[in-house]
Design a protein around this ligand. Sequence first.
Ligand code: MN
Length: 428
Amino acid sequence: MNNPTNDPAARSFVAVASDSHFPIQNLPYGLFRREPGGRARIGVAIGEMVLDLSVLEAAGLFDETVLAGRKVFSAERLNDFLALGAESWTAARRRIHELLRNDVALLRDDAALREQALLPQQQVEMILPVEIGDYTDFYSSREHATNVGVMFRGEENALMPNWLHLPVAYHGRASSVVLSGTPIVRPKGQQLPPGAETPVFGPSRLMDHEFEVGFFVGPGTDLAQSIAVDEAPSQIFGFVLVNDWSARDIQKWEYQPLGPFLAKNFGTSISPWIVTLEALEPFRCAGPEQDPKPLPYLQAPNEWSYDIRLETWLKTETMEAAERIAVSNYRYMYWNICQQLAHHTVSGCPMAPGDLLASGTISGPTKDSRGSMLELTWRGSEPLRLGSGEERKFFEDGDEVILTGWAQGEGYRVGFGEVRGRILPALD
Ligand code: MN
C-alpha cells in the first residue's frame, strides 16, 4: 500500500467502533455549527467525533508545507478547498491522517488543543458542505433505465437509441438540494389520471425516491474548455449519497420531450459527509462491460467503478424501527464518473468548484436491488408488504426514507453515514 492514508492497519487515538462509517481510513469532510446560529466550520468525521479543521488551522497545523499557506479551513464552506485541486486534497488528507494516528503524539498528547478541536457529532448541527452552483443528474444505470423504459414505453423501446452511446443526463436544480434531515413537502403539479384526456392539478400521489451517489467537482474549467476522460479523476473531490425525490405522476405527464421538470425540482437530499476519491481508492473496481464501444472521447479504462454497498430503509409513522427494503451496489453503474464528467464538458460547458453531478438511480440485476419504489413495486402493481402489516406502492405522508452505504475493508468500513428525509403533506 503506497498511500499511508489507506493503510488498513492504521488506528486513531480517537475511539472508532469496527462498524463505524468513519475510521481513520475514511476522513470525510463536512460543514457544521457548534451552536445554533454560530459560524460554519469545516470538519472531518472520526468515529463519533468531529475534528474542527478551523481550530487546527488557527493553531498552525496546516503550515506552508501542506497547503502553501492558504487558509481554506477557516472558510465557511468547502468550495475554496475544492478549488485547490487534487495535490492539495492529498496533502491535507495526509496531514489530518497523521494528526489523528495513535502513534503520533502531536495532537494526541496536547490535551488543550484536543479539547478544542474534537467534539461529539451529536452536539453539532450539520449544514450543506458546499455552495452548489449547478446540479446535474445522470441516468447511468442500465438496469434502472431499462426498468423505467419498459414501464413507460414498453419492452421494444425500453432503452432509447442514444443510451448505450452517451451518459444521458438533465440539468437539475441546485436551489432545492438540501441536507439529510430536511423534511420534504409533497409537491403539487399537473397529472393525467389513467384514462383521462385532460390533466388535473393537485398534490402528487406517486411520491418516490431515487437512490443515487453524487460527486463534487474540484477546480473546474472555464467556458469552452473541456475535461478529458483521463483527466477527470483529478477534477473529482468526493462523493455523497443522494436521494433524488421524484413525483412519478407529474413526471409521466411532463417528461416528453425535454425530460423531468417539476417532478424532480422540489427537493434533492444529500448526506452531510463528503467521502473523498482517495478514501475510496481501495474499493475501486471494474464496472459492467460496455458494448458497443463508446466513441473515443468516452473511452476510459474499465476501472472507475466502486464496490459500495447501498441500502434503502423505510420508516412509516406506525413503525418503531426502520425496515430495509432494498440492497444494491454502486458497481452496477454502466457509465462511470470519468465518462460522465468528460461528456458533460466536451461541449465546452464550464465546471465550478462545488458543482454536484449525481449518478442517476442505481438499480442492480435483482428485484431487491432496485433504487426506486417505481421499480421495487413495478409501478405499484406489486406493493411492498412491510413487517408492520402495512403496504406501500409509493410513499405516504409521514414516511421517512433512509439511504445508507459503505465500502467494506478488512476490519474497517469507509461509509457515508446516511441521508434521510421525511415526507410532509402538501401545502394548501
Ligand atoms: Mn435521478
